[in-house]
Design a protein around this ligand. Sequence first.
Ligand SMILES: [Zn+2]
Ligand SMILES: [Zn+2]
Length: 339
Amino acid sequence: MKAVVFDKDNQLKLVTDYEKPIPKKGEALVRVTLAGICNTDYEITKGYMGYVGILGHEAVGVVEDVNVDPSPKSEISTLPQGAGKGHPLIGKRVVPEISYGCKKPDCPWCAEKLYRHCPERHTLGILAKDGVFAQYFTMPLETLFEVPENVPDTQAIFVEPLAAALEITEQHHIKPFEKVIVLGDGKLGLITALALNAQNLDVTLVGKHQNKLDIAKAQGVKTSLLQDFPIEKKYDVVVEATGSVSGFETSLALTKPRGTLVLKSTVATGKELNLAPIVIDEITVLGSRCGQFPPALRLLASGKVDFSPLISATYNIDDAIEGFEKNKEKETLKVLLKF
Ligand SMILES: [Zn+2]
Ligand SMILES: [Zn+2]
């Protein structure tokens, strides 16, 4: 099958004869229809995580086979391929959660279904698991979620970053009268602002690019250019989505005493940071990563958010490498790969 592979020589390649995966027990084989390039994929091509294999963790696909072998012996099934015929997921459009855990009975994270924190987790295209930039991938059944009929592939492809945005409301209760700032108008900031705004919260998106801010504004989000925005400590919740040190400092300067600063982007810095304001103003700093898919799919089905303006370009899998180049351009939001 065709697959976009980051190999041990640190080369990103389109391979045409990659072996089609066989689902293990309890796994499904999914035929990919659409995939999304994410900044994490780009980071991996720079050596982040030391990952080698098929890239990609954002996909929509159709379940083609399910390994229903009930025998407990080995992970590999002896049933013939196609034996899962008749399984209710076959033929269904699904999106995969990005991680699955060890599922050992004594793993406290897996017991709570917090697979993304399991120390022995596998993460699509990031850690110990081939990703989705290929014609097929396999994932355990419990990580696959059926896409509601009224949600097209081009919206469903945003479920992972949308779930990550909604994770904020799972971790922290934002009261309806509180003022929320999302700082940063890249993909992450836009999706977060749209997601929080759709929950009727008082959200202002602050960024540096008028054209990107306008995408959120068209859907009812209050927006402001950073240069026009007074930096005052008066916001209850500030979401840092710039990924830069200066963004972190600005976010801190916007958070009111006893407010909450949510870190949504991974700011890696060698620079010294002054953390004194966190203590002086008793600010709660909240790290926030991935979220649950069912609420994100419900929000997509409600039609309250529209992510189509975030799609910058769609490439055929044969031109995937070109798509990666496009993803590097500053003005680019989302690049999709079509199969
Ligand atoms: Zn991603
Ligand atoms: Zn585990």
